[in-house]
Design a protein around this ligand. Structure first.
Ligand code: SF4
Length: 803
């Protein structure tokens, strides 16, 4: 090793965007403001105004960097607090200082972001004179705006802000009008917000997702999995229908081939922004203030450090590494090139830092799918998915989290839809659905943290996400976690009453810790006399009257302390189990965990009566039947069986039907689980499993894509029921019947003695599928993606005839 000379610090990427906090206080008191209302409170110790010497030093640093890097343009935004609190005289000094120092070395794009309430002709004259572009914050119509943007005394800011916008629309000031910044609140009516913003004739609109982290997640009213995508999607559709009358930066950036330049909210572009606070400290992007106190700090100042030295701060440098700086989940995401992992601040979680997907991951995925379905420049019902792909748009390769050693396979959402329509769906497509459903579960889990007081187990859960991610992922994939969380977030049914759902976090964390063999102790709630540990089993203690137990992980199992009574469970030693322990049963499929779920209370989500815990003999019979049925599915329809192997997690026993009819079911929220009534015959059960698995897959597709126009009133005739059905139900039926036709077709071709009726069944399901597809194709109720999907089903059906 060489000694004596330290290596020069590596160069940072060039920085061309700067936010100068020229005033640290504000005359509004918006309750969603990230400067004053979040965990970072550093503003309290800072000067109210940026002093002249500080401004001079900042301008000199920026000019020095622009010269050294030969920057073609420098962007400076004057910000606060509220910058207009400076008054016109001090504002003139600042504008003059910046133009004098920076303009000679690089063209200066000078902007100002204001709440607008003090904007007057004197300021506007100044902004015209110094060529300053002014952005104004407005959250929409009066109701939407006044939901958060109020004066400290509660008075509305709507009228003064609209007066400011009217001023900027005047011909003499129009050149200084940069646009409107609107923070999203899903409680507002998106159409009303859009109309109100458009009425102000802004050159550009910025729609900002409210700043939240995994520690403080966004609200998800009623447990809705993707309320922000749904809200933004409505505006997006209106915007496309209207012919995109104004630039909306988020949509422009997320569109295929869009340019995310200028926004850190999405995309893989390197961080290109530094902030100067009123005291001259260099800071990272302002939104980091929502993460933790001091999160945006760099420890550098304009007096002592160059721009390069500030940009070498690890927080800035990490955001300059593009894809490599993202979490492994984002790196394997098919839409990462457009999403970019979301805003850096939105990835934060205590313990794991920023090495996570965005807390808006599920929404971002869905919003991108909505945009793909209504690409700009097309009529709203024309899907780019149906058009030939322009060259060079294949997203980067991905690795499936379920197959980390597999070679990366190029994948994109259009191919996924085609793949799923054309057959069982390859492992990559199913892994995509699994990831999408996991993103929803994680979002709901985070939302539940705020909806209920964070209970015991959160710290352990967060820790396991880092120390045992694969094991935690297995537990989070338990199909009934989403219905449980949705129920929890739907809140009390009666005002003042408690939610019927206990917080599942402690039990989740405990189950994952036990499975990973990680030493831990956690308090777990007892609900209905039972402690349920997802994927492991349940401890039945109805007579104790205890409402929590302490679970301690021990080698090969765990100890439950109920009051002073200890119960030890070694998972691999059934002989020593205490009498209350009811283990989860599994099918006998080698290398693949499919649970026979007869314990989880949340499994009761099918609108049909589920069976209580099975006795030993019927349970053993069911395990045997499921295992054999699975083997038959592999024999008859291997592509479907492969897809089931990647995605299916549980079989739920249903009660006998009162009519004696054979029953099976899926629930949209319980991806990966199928429910079946009593059936002794593996050949029949194989058909039911394949059938219901189709519904489960299609449900996950529908979580991402509208295949039927939302709200379509169309009802269609189907050959398998006497009553007309909604188009989405017909699509579900066609998709399931196609797979059943495949099973019977395979059996007919094999011509086994036991399958003499196979050809008849194959013909019937083939005909039913074809008739349903014809109805759908003629219904005018499908979206463009739906048209594409139905066309794919038609091709698969035609291929079946040829086979
Ligand atoms: S959609 Fe989610 S996983 Fe994909 S890049 Fe964005 S945040 Fe990451």
């Amino acid at each position: 090793m060489m000694a004596g000379r330290s290596a020069p610090a590596p160069p940072s990427a060039a920085i061309s965007q700067y936010v100068l906090k020229v005033h640290s206080r504000c005359d509004l008191s918006c309750d969603h403001c990230y400067v004053y209302e979040h965990v970072d409170q550093t503003w309290r110790g800072r000067p109210r105004e940026m002093a002249a010497a500080t401004l001079d030093a900042a301008a000199a640093r920026i000019a020095e960097h622009a010269t050294a890097r030969d920057l073609p343009v420098v962007h400076v935004v004057l910000h606060g607090g509220e910058p207009l609190l400076l008054g016109p005289a001090r504002m003139r000094q600042i504008l003059n200082g910046l133009r004098t120092v920076i303009d000679p070395v690089a063209p200066l794009d000078l902007r100002l972001q204001t709440n607008g309430v003090r904007l007057d002709p004197a300021f506007c004259d100044l902004f015209v004179e110094y060529d300053v572009k002014v952005g104004v914050s407005l959250d929409g119509d009066r109701v939407a705006n006044d939901r958060h943007r109020r004066f400290a005394n509660g008075a509305s800011s709507h009228d003064p802000v609209r007066q400011a916008l009217a001023l900027l629309r005047r011909p003499e000031y129009r050149a200084s009008y940069a646009g409107i910044l609107c923070t999203v609140d899903v409680a507002n009516d998106p159409e009303a917000v859009y109309a109100a913003l458009l009425a102000e004739e802004p050159p550009r609109i910025d729609l900002l997702l409210p700043h939240h982290t995994w520690d403080h997640p966004p609200v998800r009213p009623g447990g809705s999995p993707t309320p922000y995508a749904d809200w933004l999607g409505r505006i997006y559709r209106r915007w496309v229908n209207d012919g995109r009358p104004v630039s909306i930066r988020l949509f422009d950036a997320l569109c295929p081939g869009g340019t995310p330049a200028g926004t850190e909210a999405v995309g893989l572009g390197p961080a290109d922004l530094l902030v100067v606070e009123t005291d001259g400290t260099w800071e990272q992007t302002d939104s980091l203030k929502v993460a933790y106190d001091g999160a945006a700090g760099t420890g550098r100042t304009v007096f002592d450090h160059t721009v390069d030295e500030a940009a070498r701060h690890p927080g800035v440098a990490t955001r300059q590494t593009g894809l490599a700086g993202l979490s492994s989940i984002c790196q394997s995401c098919p839409v990462v090139a457009r999403c970019g992992g979301g805003l850096y601040a939105h990835r934060y979680r205590s313990g794991a830092g920023f090495d996570n997907p965005s807390v808006y991951c599920a929404d971002l995925r869905k919003l991108i799918s909505i945009i793909d379905r209504h690409p700009p420049g097309s009529a709203p019902t024309v899907d780019r998915a149906a058009a030939p792909r322009p060259p060079g748009e294949i997203p980067p390769p991905r690795r499936s989290p379920d197959r980390p050693d597999a070679e990366p396979v190029p994948l994109d959402v259009e191919r996924i839809l085609d793949d799923l329509a054309g057959g069982g769906g390859g492992p990559e497509s199913i892994a995509f659905l699994v990831d999408a459903e996991l993103a929803i579960v994680r979002a709901l889990l985070a939302a539940s943290r705020d909806a209920t007081a964070p209970g015991p187990g959160w710290d352990l859960l967060v820790d396991l996400d880092t120390t045992a991610p694969a094991t935690l992922r297995t537990v989070l994939r338990h199909p009934f976690l989403r219905p449980r969380l949705t129920s929890l977030l739907s809140g009390p049914r009666q005002p003042g009453s408690r939610s019927p759902e206990p917080d599942p976090v402690a039990a989740l964390a405990a189950a994952a810790a036990v499975r990973a063999g990680i030493s831990a102790e956690v308090q777990v709630p007892v609900a209905g006399g039972e402690v349920f540990l997802p994927t492991l089993g349940a401890f039945w203690m109805p007579s104790t009257g205890i409402d929590t137990v302490v679970l301690t992980v021990r080698p090969g199992g765990f100890r439950l302390l109920a009051g002073s009574e200890p119960y030890d469970v070694r998972l691999d030693e059934p002989a020593g189990w205490p009498s209350g322990w009811r283990p989860t049963r599994r099918s006998g499929l080698p290398g693949h965990e499919v649970i026979i779920e007869d314990l989880d209370p949340a499994r009761d989500c099918y609108g049909q009566s589920v069976r209580e815990r099975l006795a030993e003999r019927p349970a053993a019979d069911l395990v045997e039947t499921v295992t054999e049925a699975w083997r038959l599915a592999e024999r008859d329809v291997p592509r479907h069986a492969t897809a089931m192997r990647v995605g299916m997690r549980a079989v739920v026993p249903l009660d006998t039907s009162p009519t004696g009819a054979l029953r099976s079911a899926t629930a949209r929220a319980a991806f990966g689980a199928v429910a079946v009534g009593p059936v002794a015959d593996p050949e029949t059960l194989a058909v039911l499993l394949v059938h219901e698995w189709q519904h489960s897959k299609l449900g996950a597709v529908l979580d991402l894509y509208d295949l039927v126009e939302p709200g379509s009133p169309v009802r269609l005739s189907v050959p398998w029921r006497p009553d007309p059905r909604p188009a989405e139900g017909v699509l579900q039926g066609a998709y399931a019947h196609l797979a059943i036709a495949e099973v019977w077709h395979a059996r007919a071709v094999a011509d086994r003695p036991a399958d003499r009726t196979a050809a008849t069944h194959a013909d019937r399901f083939h005909r039913w599928t074809g008739e349903a597809l014809d109805e759908l194709a003629a219904s005018r109720s499908l979206t463009a993606a739906g048209d594409r999907f139905v066309a794919g089903l038609g091709r698969a059906l035609a291929g079946l005839v040829r086979g």
